[in-house]
Design a binder for this molecule. Structure first.
Ligand code: HEC
Length: 240
């Protein structure tokens, strides 16, 4: 829409990268709960219903992506300082979204651009095509502050079917080669296996004493997802 705002937005986001070392205080708008607890509180519309395969849900799908790829590293402190972009809640994210119109939404435009001003900015990896499509679909479905329960299935615990999608959506933004939080890379099978075998993966997602609780600064993962990870580990951390 407005070029100047767009440019400012990119600049601010680029600035975030320089602040990788800053503190982590990200708040989910809702409980992050596919587990049936919590539910969205951000806009009052976060009632938990059964997941429809055709729908994209803010609390389940979109907020974790944005928390780990855009609002990470507590840099919303810096953003607030800049009087600019803060992507730490539904309400704040909606400043850059035109419901029903992805191609007219700044949030979407920034993630699909292919120049150096894309979001997340280089050297961070760009969103994958699947992630871009998810955000596009959520906006075109009305960009609601919605959540759902029951999508997660504890009988599915393969790497490709359960663990990798969880890592990609909730962890990789803070744990990739360009931004390896705690020197941990969760963007590859080997990286995930490493922390699975040394106990840190389960310890951190299950919020066990002695481990840093993950995902950092955000709601604990639903029990069902933690069980999927646990079962994958117990079954031998296979690349399956
Ligand atoms: C907002 C950024 C961010 C997100 C999102 C995030 N992490 Fe982390 N993580 C970090 C940082 C920074 C560290 C290193 C500092 C620390 O241990 O707290 C870390 C540390 C870890 C550790 C080491 C813990 C320990 O006790 O030594 C593990 C394992 C881990 N993360 C796994 C994950 C997993 C799995 C997810 C997704 C469910 C995730 N992280 C999401 C930033 C993040």
């Amino acid at each position: 829409m407005n070029r100047k705002i767009l440019q400012g937005f990119s600049l601010l986001l680029a600035g975030l990268l320089l602040l990788n070392a800053c503190r982590h205080e990200i708040l989910y708008p809702g409980g992050g709960g596919t587990g049936g607890t919590g539910g969205g509180t951000g806009g009052g519309t976060g009632s938990t219903n059964t997941c429809s395969p055709d729908s994209v849900y803010f609390v389940n799908d979109i907020m974790p992506l944005i928390a780990s790829n855009c609002a990470m590293s507590g840099c919303h402190d810096a953003i607030t300082h800049e009087d600019g972009v803060d992507l730490t809640s539904y309400t704040k994210i909606m400043k850059y979204v035109s419901p029903g119109n992805a191609s007219g939404s700044k949030l979407y435009k920034e993630i699909i651009r292919t120049d150096g001003d894309r979001m997340p900015p280089p050297p961070m990896p760009p969103f994958t095509t699947a992630q871009k499509t998810l955000i596009q679909k959520w906006i075109n479905q009305g960009a609601k502050n919605n959540s759902c329960a029951g999508r997660c299935d504890t009988t599915v615990f393969t790497y490709s079917g359960a663990v990798k999608p969880l890592m990609d959506n909730k962890c990789v933004g803070c744990h990739n080669p360009a931004n390896p939080g705690g020197n941990i890379d969760l963007s590859t099978y080997n990286g995930v296996k490493l922390v699975a075998l040394n106990g840190k993966l389960y310890g951190s997602v299950a919020h066990q004493p002695g481990y840093s609780p993950m995902p950092q600064g955000a709601a604990k993962m639903p029990d069902c997802e933690i069980i999927q990870i646990q079962k994958w580990i117990t079954a031998g951390t296979l690349n399956n």
